[in-house]
Ligand binder design. Sequence first.
Ligand code: HEC
Ligand code: HEC
Ligand code: HEC
Ligand code: HEC
Ligand code: HEC
Length: 194
Amino acid sequence: MIRGLCFFLIGVAAIQVAGWVGLPKALYVTKAQPFEYRHKTHAEKSGSAECDGCHTLGADGVFAGLPKTESCAACHTEPQGKSAAEATLVSSYVKTEKETPWLVYARQPANVRFSHAIHTKRAKLACERCHGKHGESDTLRPYQENRISGYSRDIWGRSISRWKRVANEGMKMDDCEGCHKQQGFDTGCLSCHR
Ligand code: HEC
Ligand code: HEC
Ligand code: HEC
Ligand code: HEC
Ligand code: HEC
């Protein structure tokens, strides 16, 4: 009787562990970025550490997002170093004048609208509050896409259970609204949706 119960509990635990380990693998497909880009190298070697040097916020409040190849060409028309990543940048994008098809970790579904200006200028939030340490990173982590929704894993957050979530992790509707409530306001559906 006791032995049977033990086996049963061990079985339940094993299935649970298999689920927590296996589920992320089954749920997310991993995609590689076009080439390795390191924020850290550029802060140290190119002298361009100012975020808005590349991620420009125009006077009109429109956020440019990711830098255009043109801005990289200023330094990378000819290789600066010997890395394979840089060779790809020069041969596939700078020389051909094509934009790099970066996979955006924070990308929201198409029916969501998000304004950087409101958050970084008006509310004075640090980039880190929503993006973590990406701006200082030394490597590009793999991009993981949810097989069911097609969204980046960053929207849900790393923790599948959403239990013990890190503060700047995840950008689901509840996370947006959670911070807004904390700040003492609530917005209608159409402020965030189109
Ligand atoms: C020399 C240009 C340059 C500078 C300066 C720069 N970035 Fe970037 N940033 C990039 C490029 C290129 C990418 C696309 C590759 C990637 O995801 O890292 C990127 C991507 C990002 C992303 C990823 C967005 C997403 O969700 O996919 C974040 C966040 C970011 N940068 C934050 C910062 C912060 C914060 C700073 C200042 C500390 C900064 N960047 C400075 C060029 C730059
Ligand atoms: C102000 C000059 C400057 C600009 C602008 C610049 N880079 Fe660089 N980049 C450098 C230097 C210097 C290195 C270091 C080369 C080395 O030592 O290997 C570098 C290295 C790289 C590398 C090699 C891997 C790494 O990151 O260490 C890649 C890839 C790269 N840059 C991509 C880009 C992209 C994409 C842009 C445009 C968003 C860009 N760079 C803009 C100066 C610049
Ligand atoms: C309140 C949270 C928040 C803050 C603060 C924030 N971001 Fe973002 N960021 C987002 C969200 C959400 C997206 C996705 C927007 C979308 O898909 O329309 C995003 C997207 C981006 C992208 C990708 C743009 C694209 O669509 O190609 C870059 C680059 C970026 N942010 C850089 C920054 C930088 C640099 C700062 C600081 C100056 C910053 N962010 C501050 C939430 C934030
Ligand atoms: C503070 C911003 C914000 C407000 C306000 C907001 N939403 Fe959202 N909503 C989002 C974001 C971001 C997502 C995408 C991420 C996600 O799925 O949670 C989303 C996703 C959704 C989805 C898709 C769910 C899914 O998982 O794909 C629906 C439906 C939705 N919202 C309806 C509403 C309705 C109805 C209201 C008003 C009662 C509302 N939202 C108010 C930000 C907001
Ligand atoms: C860390 C806190 C924080 C997070 C996370 C956050 N916001 Fe905000 N948001 C603010 C603050 C603070 C304001 C008010 C800025 C002001 O008016 O000074 C604001 C304002 C807004 C407004 C304008 C509301 C109005 O009526 O003026 C919209 C729309 C909005 N946020 C959408 C979003 C969406 C969509 C997300 C999630 C993807 C999000 N926010 C995540 C802090 C946050």
